[in-house]
Design a protein around this ligand. Sequence first.
Ligand SMILES: *Cc1c(COP(=O)(O)O)cnc(C)c1O
Length: 414
Amino acid sequence: MSAVARVRAAVSPLRRRAAAPAYLPVAPLPTVDALVADLRPEEPVHCIRPATLAATARDFVAAFPGDVLYAVKCNPDPAVLRALWDGGVRHFDCASPAEVGLVRTMFASAEIHFMHPVKARGAIREAWARHDVRDFVLDSAAELEKILTETAATGVGGELGLIVRLALPKGEAVLDLSGKFGAEMTEAVGLLRAARPHATRLGIAFHVGSQCLEPLAWRRAMEVAGAVIREAGVAIDIVDAGGGFPVSYPDMEIPALGAILAEIEDGFERLDLPNARLWAEPGRALVAAGGSVVVQVQARRGDALYINDGVYGSLADAGVLGFRYPVRCLRPAGVEPTDMLRGFSFFGPTCDSADAMRGPFFLPDDIGEGDWIEISQLGAYGACLRTGFNGFDRARIVEVSDTPGDDIPLSLAA
Ligand SMILES: *Cc1c(COP(=O)(O)O)cnc(C)c1O
């Protein structure tokens, strides 16, 4: 079977209403090079590497001394979820009814945790009564009231898990997540006490911020959690160390996963809660290496390449945040690209001048119109961020067989 038959449109799986498709391996998956030679795509093509995703998940699950909840928002593609499941992930951190529904449709026995601190009332009822979600996060008394009222209103019984999300002081994460969610320490003490009588299991959670480069951030967060737990004086069943595990991008030094896990384990042991379970909610670290996008160069002006994807597509973080990704030129026909590299910036396809990515992205000096570029380490916060702005919402998704290039560090290898 040709690669073409396996390509599908990159419509958000959260917008599809039909049941998630089954991913039966009907033919060997193509390589990215074969795919580009075959399709000569003029629209962005998202490449998913199921083997890489499964291997990364397997490594993380083996290394983490507790339950691993995949943060679905990072990449909700059914092929990604399936690969993570194959790699041993059984817990899912969902934040919306659509995510909950998708995961439940695909995996009847998955443990789904509703980890958004501000939920619609209907979303709570649906998750509880229809999708057997039992764990809900909260960071306010109002949300606690909402969860208790709405789960009871369904008339469906069950063992409620309540997890209090703690705010943290800003650390060295590239993306801070405490400005929006999380209870301050004193408030968290009150919430733990208020939630305890209603909870079959009671937990405390934090998120150090996405792409956190500092292992000590987890230690400090554990210390804050410990202070809150001691002050509250109630039994704690779950300590959730959140997400934020970093992956390697060009010229970014990241700590080894082992160094982070050592801080988490040590911090957890110091809490001295022998009956508590440890959780983590990795997103980026599980899926970054397993996804890439192939774009085409539509024009070159000096050191700027006009490409067919941009900040309103899958390259949002390359815009304002200036993320750089590993890149390589693909030119299936004609003269081989030169070995000489030059730093390029990118412009995306929309008419907005903010649709620009400064890079630099190092590519062959002779790259030009018609060449393709594979942009890697984009399995996280890539395809899922696509918008339809300016009509550039056509993109495709395909599963491929090749591993990311030798120069692309696997997330957990550092
Ligand atoms: C986004 C998010 C995650 C995943 O974060 P990463 O930085 O991708 O690991 C985990 N937990 C919560 C609550 C989140 O919002």
